[in-house]
Design a protein around this ligand. Structure first.
Ligand code: PGA
Length: 256
């Protein structure tokens, strides 16, 4: 089974809309048609930059795709400060990161709200990038699989197998995010293999071979090739290294 590689730059709370325009233009100069054939190349700017980046993508006919970093599960209403799935879909957003550990830790997201968001994103014909991962404490206690397994099952609860296989799962060990401390490729592959088997237990072994599961946590040009060499790792969610178009392009072109 070949699964197309998927690499998404998560810009987090960085870049004004003017910075964002420059970043996506620079990125596009560094990539070639063959790169997009091999990898789905996605950037996730802050909400305030989505429209500007989308305009550049459209005007220059770029194959770079757009992701949002968060969403609310309702369609509209009295939810001050929130943004709904139809608003994003209308902007040409194709993917939405859901349940990033920063949102779980700092903004009170739970498996239950993650599940609502996953369903709302699918209902708006976008693809959820559902993030999950263990803390350092959980890893040291030896409960990594228990933790990520329950995040996976709860996050995908109530989905049909056809819906579930369209979700991109991002395994991001929390201790590796923004720390420069990447998981060893063998360790990342072992957890991702476990996630694939757990997915298979719920939705069937055949679909488990199709679902894309990516790694995130200090991925950079220096470690991407070793991570991508693992057959179970289908791509990356890249934070820090995605803010520099040169570095991000090198991550996208991991085989070069
Ligand atoms: P990082 O962030 O690459 O800076 O570790 C990854 C993420 O949080 O998605």
């Amino acid at each position: 089974m070949t699964r197309k590689s998927f690499i998404c730059g998560n810009w987090k709370m960085n870049a004004t809309h003017l910075d964002a325009i420059q970043m996506v233009q620079k990125l596009s100069y560094r990539l070639e048609t063959a790169d997009y054939e091999r990898v789905d190349v996605v950037v996730a700017p802050p909400f305030t930059s989505l429209r500007s980046v989308q305009t550049v993508i459209e005007a220059d006919h770029l194959a770079i795709e757009l992701a949002a970093q968060n969403v609310h599960w309702e369609q509209s209403g009295a939810y001050t400060g929130e943004v709904s799935p139809p608003m994003l879909a209308k902007l040409g957003v194709g993917y939405v990161i859901v349940g990033h550990s920063e949102r779980r830790q700092m903004f009170g997201e739970t498996d239950e709200t993650v599940n609502k968001k996953v369903k709302a994103v699918l209902a708006a014909d976008m693809v959820p990038i559902m993030a999950l991962g263990e803390t350092l404490e959980e890893r040291e206690e030896g409960v990594t699989e228990q933790r990520v397994g329950s995040q996976l099952v709860n996050g995908l609860a109530g989905l049909t197998p056809d819906q579930a296989v369209g979700v991109i799962i991002a395994y991001e060990p929390i201790w590796a995010i923004g720390t420069g401390r990447t998981a060893e490729p063998d360790d990342a592959a072992s957890v991702i293999g476990f996630l694939r088997r757990t997915f298979g237990d719920t939705f069937g072994g055949e679909l488990a071979e199709h679902v894309r599961i990516i790694y995130g946590g200090s991925m950079n040009p220096g470690n991407v090739a070793a991570l991508m060499a693992k057959k179970d790792i289908d791509g990356g969610l890249v934070g820090g290294a995605s803010l520099d178009p040169d570095q991000f392009a090198s991550v996208v072109r991991y085989w070069v």
